[in-house]
Ligand binder design. Structure first.
Ligand code: AHG
Ligand code: MN
Ligand code: MN
Ligand code: MN
Length: 334
């Protein structure tokens, strides 16, 4: 695949076809550059002393890893200097990031989870970056939190990068999903996974089973049926995976199908769920739907949620269409 299309070529073609503008091409190029830097740091790990906790807490109440902070700073700096955004918001920043005075602004907003699955970083398991692109309000110097409160259906683009055995960038601009592998020999992302689609059926699910006693009835019913396999209601036996990095789970689902669930449970009910709407749930929902899958909270489609606050959390159930539809039906049945 050494002659595969480069990301820069791919973006230029989209621009020539009038599907994206120059600022969008610049923004995605900046995102790719930021992720290459993060990939490099993640790869070096403790050779340069980057593993372990920073002993600070983010606004989510999570202890930050050193790499959570470094990834956030690098990503934020690159997008700020690039001049294609009017505002930024991240899992690791308390509030909307106001671009410093004098920096050039562009027509987009970007939200991101700079290092997803960071509890896995010290044990050398795949982590990633997730991002979402929205339109900025016109003529406003520093967009506010309210300007970010757009439902997932308004996303211009979404993507993630997995830092695993390979570094892979998966992108949707609302016209299907394409995957690019970082060719380290030349430092460029190359189109290796064109037109990714999620198989409609699957016999694989992903959920943190230790939370079973906290789940609501519809999810309990679904997982019980998976566990019973052909001895229960289903015509197949199921396999289970739980990486604890959402990027790795979603990537697996894009490649071979499956269902990923972080449903509402009594531990997270007051906070609304575990995963973050603006940095995790919405971008992943756009990718999954663009690849032919479904993404719901349980009772509702995630991308129609009207956000109320930046760090809002939501339950997430996504993946292969027919299985997610079944779980959706179980919620409707109550
Ligand atoms: P983050 O590292 O960005 O805070 O996100 C971690 C998320 C997600 O990637 C993963 O699916 C989930 O948390 C794992 O949660 P548990 O540790 O409860 O299994
Ligand atoms: Mn976190
Ligand atoms: Mn995350
Ligand atoms: Mn994170």
């Amino acid at each position: 695949m050494s002659d595969a299309k480069r990301l820069s070529q791919y973006l230029a073609e989209h621009q020539r076809q009038g599907r994206v503008d120059a600022d969008f091409v610049g923004l995605i190029s900046d995102v790719a550059a930021g992720c290459k830097l993060i990939a490099d740091q993640v790869g070096r790990g403790n050779l340069i002393g980057l593993l372990g906790s920073a002993e600070t807490e983010n606004v989510q109440g999570e202890t930050q890893k050193k790499l959570d902070i470094i990834s956030n700073d690098e990503f934020t700096d690159i997008l700020t200097e690039g001049g294609h955004v009017a505002g930024l918001a991240s899992e690791e920043m308390d509030e909307v990031y106001d671009l410093p005075a004098g920096k050039h602004r562009g027509p987009y907003l970007c939200t991101y989870d700079p290092l997803d699955g960071s509890s896995n970083i010290d044990v050398n398991v795949t982590v990633g970056t997730i991002f979402s692109v929205l339109k900025a309000p016109t003529g406003k110097e520093n967009p506010t939190e309210e300007d970010f409160m757009q439902p997932g259906t308004e996303q211009v683009a979404a993507g993630y990068v997995t830092y695993g055995p390979s570094t892979i960038l998966v992108l949707t601009i609302g016209d299907g999903v394409d995957g690019f592998t970082l060719d380290r020999s030349v430092g460029e992302f190359k189109l290796t996974h064109p037109n990714m689609t999620i198989p409609e059926d699957t016999a694989e699910f992903a959920i943190n089973m230790s939370n079973m006693r906290f789940w609501d009835a519809p999810v309990k019913r679904y997982v019980d049926e998976c566990l019973a396999g052909t001895e229960g209601e289903r015509d197949k036996d199921f396999n289970m995976r739980w990486v604890a990095s959402m990027v790795a789970e979603v990537h697996r689902i894009l490649v071979r199908g499956g269902v990923f669930m972080y449903p509402i449970d009594s531990k997270h009910r007051e906070r609304g769920g575990k995963l973050r709407l603006m940095y995790e749930a919405n971008p992943m929902s756009m990718i999954v739907e663009q690849a032919g899958g479904l993404s719901i909270t349980g009772p509702d489609r995630i991308m129609t949620i009207e956000p109320e606050k930046l760090h809002q959390r939501v339950p997430v159930i996504l993946g292969s269409k027919n299985e997610v539809q079944r779980i959706w039906d179980y919620h409707k049945e109550g």
